[in-house]
Design a protein. Structure first.
Length: 227
């Protein structure tokens, strides 16, 4: 089964399937950091300010899923629309201290800290730090397939959330939380085919459990043998 998909956004990750009954997980697990890490970036409010990050969580989140769709001929276009399940946010909230801290600078510092941008990068970090950034478009992506089966489309984003402490000079430190999303993408699975490396928390596995029949092979997580 060959799948052709269009990008959901300029920085989207596209999942392409090849071979009859093939499928992709398109997702990953969560990560968290226990200790704070200082990151210095230029801040419009205070030159030389330092952000310390903790409780960092980066994970791929299912944002949309279609109902299962029976495809009985090659070259068919999928018609079932994605239903939005989650709208990713880009925001900074402050818990303590001056509200003069620049939200964009805080988000750029987070982008550098989690490795989705370099300190001098105005590409990915610019989108990550845009508090007016629209959610990914879940309208018809123009997907066609060269095969048959029971198919489910889904969409996901890599969402990042972290708490921070910002200090500069002799001023009182500011604390808060920053939330953004780095990457978005789409995928497709076939309900009768197990998902490769299907781990709990992966968007594809969640999509299969929502839209495929109960007990479908695609809806089962991979069981790893104990060492």
């Amino acid at each position: 089964m060959k799948i052709k998909e269009t990008l959901l956004s300029a920085c989207a990750v596209v999942v392409v399937l090849a071979g009859a009954g093939a499928c992709s997980s398109g997702g990953g697990g969560a990560t968290a950091e226990a200790g704070p890490t200082a990151v210095k970036v230029a801040d419009a409010v205070c030159e030389g300010g330092v952000y310390s990050w903790f409780n960092v969580d980066k994970r791929e989140v299912l944002t949309g899923v279609s109902e299962k769709e029976k495809v009985d001929r090659k070259g068919a276009g999928l018609t079932h629309a994605l239903t939005r399940l989650h709208t990713p946010r880009t925001a900074v909230t402050f818990e303590k201290g001056s509200r003069a801290v620049d939200a964009k600078a805080a988000l750029r510092a987070l982008a550098v800290h989690v490795g989705v941008a370099e300190a001098d990068d105005d590409g990915v970090s610019t989108a990550f730090a845009d508090v007016h950034r629209p959610a990914q478009n879940l309208d018809d992506a123009g997907t066609t397939i060269d095969g048959v089966g029971t198919v489910v489309r889904y969409a996901w984003v890599e969402q990042v959330t972290a708490d921070f402490r910002y200090a500069c000079g002799d001023g009182k430190p500011v604390t808060g939380r920053a939330t953004g999303w780095a990457v978005d993408g789409s995928g497709l699975l076939e309900c009768s085919t197990p998902i490769e490396d299907a781990k709990e928390g992966k968007p594809a596995l969640a999509a299969a459990r929502l839209s495929c029949d109960p007990g479908a092979p695609a809806a089962k997580a991979e069981v790893r043998a104990k060492a």
